[in-house]
Design a protein around this ligand. Structure first.
Ligand code: ADP
Length: 834
């Protein structure tokens, strides 16, 4: 506002200065060099005036040239500094003097077009209005038309007579020699009005104190133009005279001349003239100011337009730069942002917004938000610490990983590099940060860590496996060493004694029991190895059958009694009375208890072996039985307790080594009991003895009359074919079957068997499964395809479920696991041929 005011004041000042300068530069009253030269060469200017034309010009009483025009001429002479001479003569002579060069200037000469042809006129010096004069008390005549029919006096030959005629007004005209005579006639009342030049009549009235007698009415009829004149050729002189007139006007000389000669009588026209004269300068100033304002306004508008154009171009440029900058920022694979010193966001690039799932149109809602609002609480402290480090100048640049949250609160990982921003005065004003989504790097990193962990685990497992394998290898070596040793002992017994019998048949009865027991040892060993393999392969199976619990316990007691016979030990039996039938694998259970009794006897030198069997619980569904075998033997140290259940683990010590054993028994026993949902327990003290015990739930079976466990000796009149590639097996089978009254034929493989079957009739065939040429399954299928009515039993060392299934599928009807006993053969034959 103040600025505008100041501008306006300066503008007005400048305008005034310009105006003043114009006034000086366009001075219409100073002489040019040419005009000055003219006056210099002209010795004097001769002015010629009329003798009696007051107040404009006349010869005074003292015979001096006087009057308004003469005074003006004298003034010019003084102002411009030229010599002048004044002559007074008649009007006609005066004109003549100008035209013939006797005088230079006609001082008072009314302008007319006619005169202008011969003379050169100056500008108008005085305007002489011609008015209607009436007596002061005359109210009839107020305007020109009121003169109609009135007596009016006018100077002879005056233009007023023609003017009134031209207006169509008919007056009673009284012509006089001059205006003074006409005026006197009016004063005397001889006429009603006078029409004449204002200045001349007023001059006369004022000189004679008659001004109050008359008045002017209406508007002036016309205005005469009183000028100076020269010869037609005097152009420079007219220009000098004009400047003299200007100077007289400007300096107020003309006004004072007027006042001096005519007095203050100002007509309306004069008023106007004066008013405009007075107002000319302020009006000019005002107009100039308006003009200057207008120009200034135009200029301002132009400048505003130019500025607007510039700004719009600047804006375009800025928009272009902005879009370029955005394009650059968008091209960056990272999100870019700026925060101020209050940690408020002040810039978010499109990429950054996208990373945080901020919709582009909502981007501005996120400005001014605190940067820590976006980081997960768990990382807020870390971020605050890093930012304050940068602000405090401890770090100029920083790279960190943060867990952050997007606009929907979803977590993701970012890697952020940030640095301090400085303004032109090197004052920090914020932080620029560049973010990269590293969730996928992080994920891979985690995967790698997991993978690494898995690798380690696998390595551990591999190492364990390796250790186990090594252990297994050692165990296998031990096993082979033990087996070969254990086999050799009874084999030596059998073969050695058979050789002796062969040489000395008389000693058969003496050696036979030893041979039998050695054979029995071999059978047990082979059974154990077979069981061990089954346990190792997870193929040990329980065969649940109905059995008499009292018979079962009786068998155990008998077995213990027989076993203990060869030792110095006492057998203590603490067994309850049992009744009824149970469902379970009596064979396997018996194997466990026999093993415990064997061990007790084997590892005890003195004292007793006690067998305890008690009923712990019984209802109509189950019977819980407690088994215990206690001895007063060598005992087992606490460190060894776990080892005794491992395969082939036999405790160190010469004592153990003296006893026959494979180190498999307890391993198998434990496995069997585990399958029966039981567990074997040991309490032992070295040198005092051991107690092995377990409890077992067995299903109760429907009560029944006695079941014959043993089959009485019987003779079967049957004919059999035994198919086996092993001659010893054939020999054993032949002898056992012969004991049961069965006639036996042999075949060493499947092909031979088929041939024999096609030529002979057999009631049953005992078929080995694994044979060269043709195996047992194939031979069975072919024999049955021949339509032969024959029962085929599988002879096999491994009776696994899938072997059974294969055999049944081939058409076999039962099994004969090797090695078999006489009683097994008996029960097999009675099952199929009774
Ligand atoms: P084996 O008796 O054939 O060696 P076992 O598996 O039955 O194999 O027993 C493993 C080991 O446990 C034996 O070698 C022996 O060292 C120890 N052992 C078993 N029973 C007894 C016992 N009643 N008293 C002392 N030591 C025993």
């Amino acid at each position: 506002m103040m600025g505008n005011m100041r501008k306006i004041i300066i503008l007005i000042g400048v305008s005034l200065l310009i105006l003043f300068s114009c006034y000086i530069v366009f001075d219409d009253s100073s002489l040019t060099r040419e005009e000055k030269e003219y006056l210099k060469h002209k010795k004097e200017i001769v002015f010629v005036s009329q003798i009696n034309y007051p107040p404009f010009e006349f010869l005074s009483d003292r015979l001096e040239s006087s009057g308004m025009m003469v005074e003006l001429a004298r003034l010019m002479s003084t102002e411009f500094g030229f010599e002048s001479r004044f002559i007074n003569t008649t009007f006609a002579r005066a004109q003549q003097m100008i035209l013939n060069g006797e005088a230079d200037v006609l001082t008072s000469f009314f302008f007319s077009e006619e005169r202008n042809k011969k003379f050169n006129f100056t500008k108008v010096v005085f305007e002489i209005p011609a008015s209607i004069f009436v007596k002061q008390d005359n109210d009839d005549i107020k305007k020109l038309s009121d003169l109609h029919g009135k007596r009016v006096a006018i100077q002879k030959g005056d233009y007023a007579i023609d003017f009134i005629k031209s207006k169509g007004i008919r007056i009673d005209l009284i012509e006089t020699d001059d205006f003074i005579m006409a005026t006197n006639k009016l004063i005397k009342g001889e006429v009603e009005a006078v029409i004449g030049d204002d200045q001349i009549i007023f001059y006369y009235l004022s000189r004679n104190n008659l001004v109050s007698e008359l008045k002017v009415v209406g508007e002036p009829l016309y205005i005469g133009e009183n000028c100076m004149a020269t010869r037609k050729s005097e152009k420079i002189l007219v220009s000098i005279l004009n400047k003299g007139i200007n100077l007289a006007k400007k300096k107020g000389y003309l006004d004072s001349i007027n006042r001096k000669w005519i007095g203050e009588r100002v007509t309306f026209a004069k008023y106007m003239k004066k008013f405009f004269g007075l107002m000319l300068i302020p009006l000019s100033i005002l107009l100039l100011i308006v003009f200057v304002f207008w120009i200034w306004n135009l200029n301002l508008r132009k400048r505003v337009e130019e500025r607007t154009k510039q700004l719009s171009e600047k804006n375009k440029e800025l928009a272009l730069n902005n879009s370029k900058l955005n394009a650059i920022l968008s091209a960056s694979p990272d999100g870019i942002g700026v925060m101020n010193m209050n940690m408020e966001l002040v810039f978010i690039s499109d990429k950054l917004a996208k990373m945080y799932k901020i919709e582009p149109e909502k981007k501005f809602e996120y400005l001014n938000k605190n940067i820590t609002d976006f980081v997960d609480e768990s990382y807020r402290d870390k971020m605050m610490k890093n930012i304050s480090d940068i602000f405090e100048g401890k770090k100029y640049w920083n790279l960190s990983e943060y867990l952050v949250r997007d606009a929907y609160g979803e977590q993701f990982w970012v890697e952020v590099s940030s640095s301090l921003l400085y303004d032109d005065a090197q004052k920090p004003y914020g932080i620029l940060f560049v973010e990269r989504d590293c969730t996928e790097r992080k994920r891979i990193e985690q995967q790698l860590l997991d993978y690494n962990e898995k690798l380690k685990e696998n390595n551990r497992a591999l190492n364990e496996l390796k250790t186990k394998e090594e252990e297994a290898n050692i165990a296998k070596s031990n096993f082979l060493a033990i087996i070969s040793h254990e086999l050799r002992t009874p084999l030596n017994g059998v073969l050695g004694l058979l050789e002796l019998i062969h040489k000395d048949p008389e000693r058969f009865n003496e050696f036979f029991p030893v041979i039998l027991s050695s054979g029995e040892q071999l059978r047990v060993l082979i059974n154990d190895i077979s069981d061990l393999t089954k346990v190792e392969q997870g193929k040990l199976e329980l065969v649940e059958k109905r059995f008499s619990i009292s018979n079962f316990i009786n068998e155990i007691v008998s077995y213990a009694k027989i076993k203990i016979q060869d030792s110095n030990l006492e057998l203590v039996v603490d067994i309850e009375q049992f009744e009824g039938y149970l469902e379970g694998d009596a064979v396997r259970l018996r194997q466990v208890v026999y093993n415990l009794i064997n061990n007790a006897i084997k590892y005890t030198d003195n004292g007793f072996v006690k067998v305890v069997i008690r009923k712990l619980f019984e209802n109509d569904k189950i019977m819980r039985i407690y088994f215990e075998v206690t001895d007063t033997g060598i005992g087992i140290s606490p460190n060894d307790i776990d080892n005794i259940f491992k395969p082939f683990k036999r405790l160190d010590g010469s004592y153990t080594k003296k006893r026959y054993g494979s180190g498999i028994g307890l391993y198998i026993s434990k496995a069997i009991l585990n399958m029966m949902n039981s567990n074997i327990n040991v309490e032992s003290e070295v040198g005092k003895g051991s107690k092995f015990y377990f409890k077992l739930d067995l299903k109760r079976s429907i009560p029944d009359s006695e079941i014959k466990e043993e089959i009485s000796d019987e003779i079967f009149n049957l004919k059999a074919l035994v198919v086996d590639d092993n001659k010893i097996n054939l020999f054993v089978a032949e002898n056992m079957l012969a004991k049961l009254g069965v006639a036996v034929d042999f075949a060493e493989n499947g092909m031979v068997a088929i041939e024999k079957v096609s030529n002979n009739h057999y009631d049953f065939i005992m078929m080995d499964l694994q044979m060269p040429e043709m195996d047992g399954l194939e031979a069975t299928r072919r024999i049955l395809d021949m339509g032969k009515d024959v029962k085929i039993f599988a002879m096999t060392a491994n009776v696994y479920k899938d072997d059974i299934q294969k055999a049944l599928n081939a058409g076999m009807v039962d099994f004969c696991p090797k090695p078999f006993t006489l009683s097994f053969l008996k029960s097999l034959l009675s099952r199929h041929f009774k």
